[in-house]
Ligand binder design. Sequence first.
Ligand code: MN
Length: 523
Amino acid sequence: MFYTSRYMKKREVLELAKEFYDENQIAELEHAIDFATEKHKGQKRKSGEPYITHPLAVARTLIEWDMDIDSVLAGVLHDTVEDTSATLEDIENLFGRDVAFLVDGVTKVSQARAGMRDLGSYLPQTKDNLSKLLIAVGQDVRVIIIKLADRLHNLQTLRYMPPEKRTKIARESLEVFAPLADRLGMGRVRMQIEELAFSHLDPKEFKHLQNLMKKRLGKSTRKLGTVRVEVERELAKHNIKFEINGRVKSIYSLYKKLQKVNGNIDDIYDLMALRIIVRDNETCYRVLGILHSMYQPMIARIKDYIAVPKPNGYQSLHTTVITPSEQIVEFQIRTQEMHDWAERGLAASFHYHAQKSTKDYTKSKNAAALPAELQWITQMQEIAVRLREGEEISQDQLNIDLFGNRIFVYSPKGDIYNLPEGALPLDFAYLVHSDIGKHAYSFRVNGNIHAFDKPLHNGDVVEVITRKLSLPRSDWQELVTTSHARAKLRMQLRKLGLIEAVSGAAAIIREKAARKKPAKAKD
Ligand code: MN
């Protein structure tokens, strides 16, 4: 799965690119490679290899992810503005505005990173840098995809770094880049980042779990083979066209799962799963039915992520069954398109919608018009704007908004909204529209009256009942969790004269003063 950084040559990249792009695009790519090679001349990676091997590796990854040619060109050029004499104007003149825009975004993210290294402490400059990162992401999500390819190669060559730097980069990868990949639905990249980062952060534990896994798999693989043959025979009998293969749990997700089940590997049922890929949605459900007629399903473990996708867009049917020989086997059933999304996420959609991609994934005025799995991009940008305007947003709040688990909820009409886990009904109301929040009178969730202080759950259908004369109250501040809802609410409360209008600086001073007093119930 991990290719090591072999000496990456121009010819190899061009050869690979020929499978994906037309002649003109290949010529442009060659031009970009020659330009970057010239600019990086004399520079070396920590591994001792010429620097150009790094941008070439990044470009190669982007080609493998099936990205559009502008992203690949930006991948080749991504370090030229930051690390060489090249300017953004040079890039724009030679390769056009779009490529320059992407390179600029990647450069900004790199600069922002400097301030994000220490996520534990929240310093003023962190805020500024993070805000740059958010602005870069909000404008074009391809910037983050290029950045992920960049990070992946840096992790693949991390062993050449001094130990202290290694740990920093590995931790940052786990805390920032893996969740970002997950948020983009890029499951395979997330896993690659996690495996590499974890193997550097805790090499002993990584080795230990690797061995544990090996022993376990050795025992179960043969048994699983029998199940697989049975399933293949049964599906063929029903004239179903399918592909079947085994998927092994990653070491890092095993590590996280073990912590949940108090370290007992016997409680983990999906060390190895069988994955069945079929033609269309209906066939997925037919296969599920066939499996359940063959084996006893564990009811609580049946998951329909086709009807209710995961917040990052992941779709599949999951089921865990018990065979007559008492073996527990997990199955994942999905279409090819779902599989591509699960592996490559947003990057896969650049392939499916190649023509209209650029506009679709740049900022949109209307959050609800974006597919639900992309709404967080708009939310990020809103946060960026508010940070720029001097609003104080704590690191905790940012973590909730950006890196926490997400849920999907639905309006009665079926529109999908993406919220952080633990969100309350008012968060939903303010996300739909600030006026809906303003006049919220009561809530109905899945048809039942729902209290203001009761969290929403994934898949909930939420109806906001509004009354024209109903207005926000200051105690609502305890009933919102997202910074979006909080900001809208505070603005309304200020207009209604229910809270003081204070500047960001005054608020901090006041807060500090308040902290010195005996603690009140909440901060
Ligand atoms: Mn780089």
